[in-house]
Design a protein around this ligand. Sequence first.
Ligand code: ADP
Length: 327
Amino acid sequence: MEQEKKIKKIGVLTSGGDAPGMNAAIRAVVRTAQYHNVEVIGIRKGYNGLINGEIKEMRSKDVSNVMNLGGTILHTARCPEMMTEEGVNKAAAIYKILGLDALVVIGGDGSYRGMAELAKRGVNCIGIPATIDLDMNCTEYTIGFDTAVNTGMDALNKLRDTSSSHERCSVVEVMGRDAGYIAVWCGMVGGAEDVMFPEEKEKIDSAKVIQQILENRSIGKRHNLIVVAEGVGGTQKLAKDIQEITGIQTRATILGHLQRGGSPTATDRMHASMMGYHAVKAILEGQQNRVVSYNRGRYEVLDLAEALNMEKHLDREIYDVIKVLAI
Ligand code: ADP
């Protein structure tokens, strides 16, 4: 293929919030590229490393034994400079000085917006979706989600043991500032009685939740588990209110950044490996400014601008089923 000859050197970086599985994606990018005799430049600390030239060549051996590691070996960061004209121009200029034919960005929505700015300045950007929150409209899966949910589920299992022994109520705050995907998944797989998530923040009625706890106790439930998404907040206050109103001992637990870490699950390693492979394949085919997505059971490569305009909504049915199964 004629196009294949043109691609000599690509860059890869991880940006924004870290997510378990990012390393598996880096590994797949590096190894797929090397398989096709393409040089890979690893860029440290997200867009910061591009602006400041913090780079290193990456070969197959540099990504040995990393698939099982959480976090990102390239490190990640927010980069306020990218929000300025000067910063983006500088990043695009360094890309050209480095002689890169494409830049693979592994990150979330914000990182994709940074890519769109770079694309306007002649940088060929290819995105791989990675965020524990699952809140990217162009894809049904984002790297890190499954690990985060499994970590949440483990925590809920443990809290269930102790709250059941003491006949307590447990209010557990999980990650998710703007999106409730983690919360509803944790609620379902952890067997929670109720879930409070950002998409329905306005509809939340604490009095109703407390009433439900009392009703559940009256029909024989000996402990209660409530999941609250970070973006809803008020976890400590809710626990206090439940205890005061019902007289049931109630504890609040905030999982916080625990959910960002950990060795990636098989699902995350699989998606990260496949997406990394597809990203490099798209570059080799001569595709420009694309993102790799997973939709309807298949990996697909979408146009970056179109991807940023897509819409996706939390499937409320999960919440409805949680309520049915909570009886
Ligand atoms: P995530 O990629 O996980 O959503 P952020 O929203 O923090 O994380 O975005 C990561 C980085 O992407 C930001 O620190 C910034 O450097 C860059 N970025 C975000 N939005 C824009 C934008 N509109 N223009 C340029 N760069 C952006």
